[in-house]
Design a protein around this ligand. Structure first.
Ligand SMILES: *Cc1c(COP(=O)(O)O)cnc(C)c1O
Length: 390
């Protein structure tokens, strides 16, 4: 067991943090698939319900396996508190429901996960919360979009699929100078490559579905922050709204965290290799990857991240036909919109993840017909290159 008063490095925390061995002396973490918990007597039941005695009552509130995942991820992000949720989307929903009121306003990067745009525009708007979207890297636009009602600034960095990088520290300073919170969806980097809270962000969101599991098995999410900010407000939404993570999924994710940094290192190595190689191919017009020196935010990415991530996008010469032809002629790459898997995936954003946008919105966001997104997995990189050159 690790000592709570000692400081440990990330890889030690990833393997050890959050484990509470039971009387069975198991070496690997136990899984507790139970909906409820029993009390020694009626008085203990009453004390648990009133909160006088801490402890488990019901798995919609707390569960030991879920807690191990939460403590481990909190340790990796350098935070006091983590709340695990049933999906990445329910992490964002629970955060907004916990922190916002009718009439509040969000300023969000326009380059975020499509369903998050749908949540802000189509669902939160029904409850009187409006969102203004701005270009991720335009600090002046962020500043100009803040209103007296703004509570939250929301972003993902690097962005999907064009891998633009936002200056987290600058945006945290801006948010705080205007009385707002900065929320960073850290799905693309994970704490193995980027720790937004240490750069000034207030809350980190995860889709655990992606790299935290890393093997494409479960849906889950997490909210990471201080006890003060989320301990009652956001946790209250889980208790009453039921956006809770299942113990089985928590167990898969907490085992996934043990190999997170070695997987992320391998994803980064393979992705950088493929990005360099793509630049030299005659069928490629342009490559988007923060690890390339010609990337507009290369320096910032180098300072802010400890690796450039596993997502590489590129434009082929020719339009949609050429892009679809390349996608269809691969054998190893899975044609799927998911990312963050040991298995490499290939996507045509214009007709899948971003198909709902209008032509103008797509053009503004830089999503052309010839754009292809890769989530580079852990297969042998030479085999991946061969597959793409078919
Ligand atoms: C997938 C994803 C989400 C949503 O997560 P789910 O687990 O699918 O609900 C949110 N943000 C980003 C950046 C994602 O890639």
């Amino acid at each position: 067991m690790i000592d709570k008063d000692q400081e440990y490095k990330l890889q030690t925390l990833a393997v050890r943090a959050g484990q509470h061995r039971t009387a069975e002396s198991e070496h690997s973490e136990a899984i507790f698939p139970t909906s409820s918990f029993v009390f020694k007597n009626a008085a203990q039941a009453a004390a648990r319900f009133s909160g006088d005695e801490p402890g488990n009552i019901y798995s919609r509130f707390t569960n030991p396996t879920v807690r191990t995942f939460e403590e481990r991820l909190a340790a990796l992000e350098g935070a006091e508190r983590c709340i695990a949720t049933s999906s990445g989307m329910s992490a964002i929903l629970s955060t907004c429901l916990g922190l916002l009121e009718q009439g509040d306003h969000i300023v969000s990067s326009r380059s975020i996960f499509g369903t998050t745009v749908g949540l802000f525009n189509g669902i939160l708007s029904k409850f009187g919360v409006e969102t203004t979207f701005v270009p991720l890297t335009d600090l002046t636009a962020w500043e100009a979009a803040i209103q007296p009602e703004t509570r939250i600034l929301f972003l993902e960095t690097p962005s999907n699929p064009l891998t633009e990088v936002a200056d987290i520290r600058a945006l945290a300073d801006l948010a705080h100078s205007r009385g707002c919170l900065l929320i960073v969806d850290n799905c693309f980097c994970t704490p193995a490559l980027q720790k937004p809270l240490t750069l000034g962000a207030d809350i980190v969101i995860h889709s655990a579905t992606k790299y935290l599991d890393g093997q494409g098995r479960c849906i889950g999410g997490a909210i990471v922050s201080s006890e003060k900010l989320i301990g009652e407000s956001v946790f209250g939404i889980l208790r009453s709204g039921g956006t809770t993570m299942s113990p089985f999924n928590a167990w898969v994710f907490l085992k996934g965290l043990e190999t997170l940094s070695i997987r992320m290192k391998a994803h980064c190595e393979n992705a950088l290799d493929i990005a360099h190689w793509l630049q030299d191919q005659s069928f490629v017009k342009r490559v988007y990857y923060p690890g390339l020196e010609n990337h507009p935010q290369y320096q910032l990415a180098k300072e802010q991240q400890s690796g450039f991530g596993g997502v590489v996008s590129f434009e082929v010469k020719g339009g949609k036909e050429a892009a679809w032809q390349l996608i269809d002629s691969t054998n190893i790459f899975s044609i799927t919109a998911n990312l963050g898997d040991t298995k490499s995936t290939i996507t045509h954003p214009g007709t899948t993840t971003h198909w709902k946008l209008t032509d103008t919105e797509r053009k503004d966001a830089g999503i052309t017909d010839s754009l292809i997104r890769l989530s580079v997995g852990l297969e042998d990189v030479d085999d991946l290159k061969k597959d793409l050159s078919h």
